[in-house]
Design a protein around this ligand. Structure first.
Ligand code: DC
Length: 215
């Protein structure tokens, strides 16, 4: 079983993906961390995230071990990630890692759940893949991100978080390659007014309807 979950930042993809992964015994890959790891590597080397060649080089050696640094969760890594993610060379360099994770997940599991922006459209577009598109209003997503940052001990300013998120949304949706799009066969979940439990229940209903044997 492969579950692909796409959607904008802070829409609730990660929470849902983790719960589905636990429920169905799947390995979970948060693909945003790959782009964040590339962004962080570029920032640490004092290079420019807009430099496609430098970013592709950084992406070519990213491995599972690079996905644990706490700094990956910060806004600096997120900003750099959304810029390096616009380079087709970077996306190409990360493609095989993601496809391989989906088809040959690590550990004794029954499949994989991946969340990101282009999982159902580019990484795993095949028909047998269960695709979910999770979204919420910009205001709700900014509120959630503020709470997340506060929980990490930061003191975010709501207006600033909202503005950053708006810019990142625009970049994700308008870039030439693998722009955030809804796969035609994706099940859409608007989490603006849903609890995590309600979003999970909706996803589960859909997945059961998809996987129920015919007849
Ligand atoms: O989901 P996130 O905020 O951790 O993602 C960080 C950036 O990485 C985001 O601006 C878009 C990019 N990204 C992407 O282009 N494709 C993915 N599959 C996941 C993330």
């Amino acid at each position: 079983m492969i579950i692909a979950i796409d959607g904008p930042a802070a829409a609730g993809k990660g929470t849902l993906a983790k719960r589905l992964a636990a429920h169905f015994h799947l390995a979970y890959l948060e693909t945003g961390l790959l782009y964040r790891a590339v962004g962080l590597r570029i920032l640490r080397a004092r290079q420019n995230p807009a430099d496609a060649k430098a970013a592709a080089e950084a992406a070519s050696s990213i491995a599972a071990d690079d996905l644990h640094a706490p700094e990956l969760r910060g806004e600096a890594a997120a900003g750099a990630a959304s810029i390096v993610a616009t380079h087709p060379e970077v996306r190409d360099a990360l493609l095989n890692f993601q496809r391989n994770f989906a088809r040959n997940p690590p550990g004794d599991v029954k499949g994989a759940a991946l969340d990101g922006r282009d999982i159902g459209t580019v990484i795993c577009p095949e028909r047998d893949v269960i695709k979910l598109y999770v979204f919420a209003s910009l205001a709700k997503r900014a509120e959630r991100r503020v709470r997340e940052l506060q929980a990490r001990g930061e003191s975010p300013i709501y207006a600033r978080v909202l503005q950053d998120m708006r810019e990142r949304d625009l970049r994700d949706a308008s870039r030439g390659v693998a722009a955030l799009k809804i796969a035609p066969d994706a099940f859409k979940i608007d989490t603006s007014d849903l609890t995590a439990d309600q979003a999970f229940a909706k996803a589960l209903d859909f997945i059961k309807s998809r996987t129920r044997p015919a007849g």
